[in-house]
Every structure is written in C-alpha cells, then in structure tokens.
Design a protein around this ligand. Structure first.
Ligand code: IMP
Ligand code: MG
Length: 299
C-alpha cells in the first residue's frame, strides 16, 4: 500500500508564502521541511518582541524562529549548546511575563531529536528496539475508557449521519473496540498517510477516502495525537469534501507536545511526553499487538 502513487485529487498542501529564507541553523531548515511536508504554513523570524529597555533604549528582544499563522503560535528551536540554553530560557520566561497572551512553544534539543526520530530521520540509527518499561494503561482500563467514549459519542450523534474515519495503521484495535460501543448507525472508512521522506516531499494519502462525506458528520479516529501536524493535514483534506461537521476522537493525547493546536473533542487519556507502545501503537512496527499500553525503557 505504501508504494501507491500520490492520488490525483489530493492537491499539494499550501506552503508558506515566502522565498526560502536564510536559516541560521541547519535544524531550522529541517524543521521548515517538516512543516512543509504537513502543509502547515510558517514564517521565519517574522517578529521581534522587545524585552528590556535601559535609558529608553531597547537592550534586549526576543525573536522566535518560527510563526505558525494557522495556530497563532510562535516556535523557538533551541538545539544549541547548554550554555546558551540557560540564557534562552531566561529570555523565554521574560517573554511569557511580558506577553502572556502570545503562544510560544519551545522545542529543545531532546524534543527535536525525538521529532526527527519520529519522522524516520533517526539520529540513533539502527539502535536495538527498547524493551517495555512499565504498563501505563491496562487492558481493563482501556476497555472501561473506550466504553465511556462510545457512550458519549452515541449520545452526541443521536439522529445524525456519522462517518468514522480511522487513521491507519495504529488505530485498528481502538477502532474495532470503539465502533462496537457506538449505538447509532454509522459508516466506516480509513485513511493512510505517506511517511516523511525528506527533501521536497509532501504528505499524500496512500489510502484515500472511499465514502462520500458531503454533508455528513465525520468523526476522525486516531490512536494518538502528538504534534498535531498529521491531523492538520488530514483535516485540510477532509474539509475539502464538505462534510457538515468534523470532530476528532483520539485514544491518547500528548498535549504537552502539541505544535498545531487543533481542538480534539474526545480524548481517551491524556499522557505526558513519553513514547508509548501497545494497543496498536508501535516502535518501528514492534509491540502493536500488546493488549495494554506501555512505555519503553530508556525513552
Ligand atoms: P503528530 O502528527 O505529531 O500528531 O503524530 C501523530 C503520529 O505520530 C501518530 O499517529 C503515531 O503514528 C506517531 N506517534 C506519536 N507519538 C507516539 C507514541 O508515543 N507512540 C507511538 N507512535 C507515536
Ligand atoms: Mg497515526
């Protein structure tokens, strides 16, 4: 399936309206490529925020690396030396005090390496697959929560035309369990996204939608929402098909790592910044078949 060509009806996602800027660091260029891949619009260092004045003269300002206009969010990448990080953190604290209404997200070196690893740009190369560390949610806990979600969705969608759209592949166990807890009539479909390939590649759908969702109430079902970038691209694709409504249901929500701040209506469990596997979720295709959700050793 992964080898199917891009589907013709998928238009390229919009890129930032800019000529390629001169990036200060290679990591920024790479990050911009990731955003482009997901069709998340960005601007590079569009604005400086004054931080400190002395004798009426500006002596310190903060210029975040990126701005995401769709989410009114600034992003600062600090893949720098530790000595500079302390200085940057202080700046960021000041920034948050002075501009409490401006959303600034910090991506430190560890976050950044994890982000790259997630996209298959693996800084650790072919390191062995880590062992399971501890169980985060047992089979029973998942079962009870999925039950609640099913009941809530059934209530909310009574009398409407529900189409569940699952995102392959991690969603399969969750979808199978959730749909059987939903009591209203529904249609089922799936989407699959192409993996990041670097350079000028853009995300496309290796499995497109087969159902007509015009005027329908669409519920996107995800295993996990992390940065929110794949969801951004997915919603863009679905909205073009004129559904009456689109909402999102995810089993797991890593809110702390969100870059594209998308409203998620139904959340099974909120989790911290840890990599998890099981119940469909994988680490390099391993552990999907675990009936529980667990963290990995050394992650
Ligand atoms: P996002 O675009 O950053 O929100 O990425 C979401 C995708 O990243 C999910 O569909 C998963 O494939 C993957 N992912 C993110 N965090 C985890 C995790 O902890 N375990 C397994 N896969 C993850
Ligand atoms: Mg997924």
């Amino acid at each position: 399936m992964a080898s199917s060509p891009p589907l013709p009806e998928v238009q390229p996602a919009s890129r930032g309206a800019h000529a390629a800027p001169r990036f200060a660091h290679q990591s920024e260029a790479e990050f911009a490529r990731l955003l482009d891949f997901y069709g998340v619009r960005w601007e590079y260092e569009p604005r400086s925020f004054p931080l400190r004045y002395q004798d009426g003269a500006l002596i310190e300002a903060f210029t975040p690396d990126f701005y995401l206009p769709d989410y009114d969010t600034y992003i600062e990448l600090t893949t720098l030396r530790q000595s500079l990080i302390t200085y940057k953190n202080r700046k960021l604290r000041l920034m948050r005090q002075l501009y409490p209404d401006v959303s600034v997200k910090l991506i430190n070196k560890r976050d950044y390496l994890k982000l790259l690893e997630k996209f298959g740009i693996d800084p650790r190369g072919r390191a062995p697959v880590p062992k399971i560390d501890r169980i985060l949610f047992t089979e029973r806990e998942i079962d009870l929560r999925v039950d609640e979600l099913g009941r809530q969705i059934s209530r909310d969608y009574t009398g409407r035309e529900l189409v569940l759209v699952g995102v392959l592949r991690g969603v399969t166990p969750f979808m199978a369990d959730l749909m059987r807890r939903i009591s209203v009539p529904l249609r089922l479909d799936y989407l699959a996204l192409s993996p990041y390939q670097g350079d000028d590649s853009q995300l496309h759908f290796t499995k497109s939608l087969e159902e007509d969702i015009t005027g329908a109430d669409v519920l996107v079902v995800e295993d996990i929402v992390d940065t929110g970038m794949s969801l951004h691209r997915l919603l863009q694709y679905l909205r073009r098909r004129d559904p009456a409504t689109i909402e999102v249901c995810t089993l797991l929500d890593k809110r702390a790592r969100r870059l594209a701040d998308i409203a998620v209506r139904y959340v099974g469990f909120e989790i911290g910044d840890e990599f998890v596997v099981g119940y469909g979720l994988d680490y390099r295709q391993q552990y999907r078949n675990l009936p529980f959700i667990a963290t990995l050793a050394g992650e």
